[in-house]
Design a protein around this ligand. Structure first.
Ligand code: F6P
Length: 312
């Protein structure tokens, strides 16, 4: 999938690689383009003006063929045809699993760069696109707060995050949510309802509950049904959806993407392979590709406590 800031990363890879005397090729539609030999040499001006663009100029695709050895063989042939000996793959765990298999089977060097709005990859504090997604969702939440406040309503707002509550926690704290439901913690519907009633009694003019789409108690519509069994309030649901994946990247995402692109080229030039280039505590952190999906990046418990205290 795409995430805002990927273009800034592509630009950085291209310009850093050329600066150091390398040739760079852009592979369209991810692994599918590699199989189809949809590959073009990139030059300094191929990436002009793209730092501020969302999406990805290289496009992206799901590629079932690459899951099979025959598909990966075809992809390797395309790389050889273009005299490509190393790969920089920007993406999430699916992209990294593919890269892991590929470089274990063929003599090719490969580095992964974390690009996903979910921020769920182990080995990096932040992934490219997360900050933009949080800011986009937060703007929507602020707008919903205005209407919720006018009607004294309860809103359940669903944000993205298939297996991760990062977007939910960041937007929940930033948007002053009354509660945040995430897959990393057990959702207690009765407890939630009691808490909302208490707030209402205290004179709160509106309530917003952020629901991560992957919450184990269900999506926002399913949670609405469960709450409705316990109270007779008017509840509205708002699913922010793919709007979180698009748009111009924030300053932080442009910077992160530029830095990661630059460092990934240096890592390749130093002979590194089979790793993801993360940034932890502002330092480059090369972590084994496999660790990025087998180890779980935990949301620091202090965020959960903070959200709880501020929501009272
Ligand atoms: O992994 C990124 C992500 O945006 C998730 O947050 C979301 O669940 C998923 O992709 C949506 O995928 P698709 O665009 O295929 O519907």
């Amino acid at each position: 999938g795409d995430s805002p800031g990927m273009n800034a990363c592509v630009r950085s890879v291209v310009r850093t690689a050329i600066y150091h005397g390398n040739r760079v090729f852009g592979i369209k539609r991810g692994y599918q383009g590699m199989i189809d030999n949809d590959i073009e040499e990139m030059h300094l001006d191929s990436v002009g003006g793209i730092i501020k663009l969302g999406g990805t100029i290289l496009y992206t695709a799901r590629c079932r063929e690459f899951l099979k050895k025959e598909g990966r063989e075809k992809a390797f042939k395309s790389l050889k045809k273009n005299k490509i000996d190393s790969l920089i793959v920007i993406g999430g765990d699916g992209s990294f699993r593919g890269l892991y298999d590929f470089i274990n089977e063929f003599s090719i060097q490969g580095i992964g760069v974390p690009g996903t709005i979910d921020n769920d990859l182990y080995g990096t504090d932040y992934t490219i696109g997360f900050d933009t997604a949080v800011n986009t969702a937060l703007e929507a939440i602020d707008r919903i707060r205005d209407t919720a406040q006018s009607h004294n309503r309860l809103f359940l707002i669903e944000v993205m995050g298939r297996h991760s509550g990062y977007i939910a926690v960041y937007t929940g704290i930033g948007g002053g949510a009354e509660d945040i439901l995430i897959p990393e913690t057990l959702t207690d519907i009765k407890g939630l309802t009691e808490k909302l009633k208490k707030g209402h009694k205290r004179g709160k003019k509106s309530s917003i509950v952020i629901v991560a789409e992957g919450d184990e108690a269900g999506n926002a519509f399913e949670i609405k049904k469960k709450i409705e069994k316990l109270v007779n309030w008017e509840i509205r649901v708002s699913v922010i959806g793919h709007v979180q994946r698009g748009g111009n990247p924030t300053a932080l995402d442009r910077l992160l993407a530029s830095r990661m692109g630059y460092e990934s080229v240096l890592a390749i030039m130093k002979g590194q392979s089979g790793k993801m280039l993360g940034i932890v505590n502002d330092q480059v952190n090369l972590v084994l590709l496999k660790d990025t999906w087998t180890k779980k990046k935990k949301i620091h418990p202090s965020y959960i406590k903070l959200a709880e205290i501020l929501a009272t």
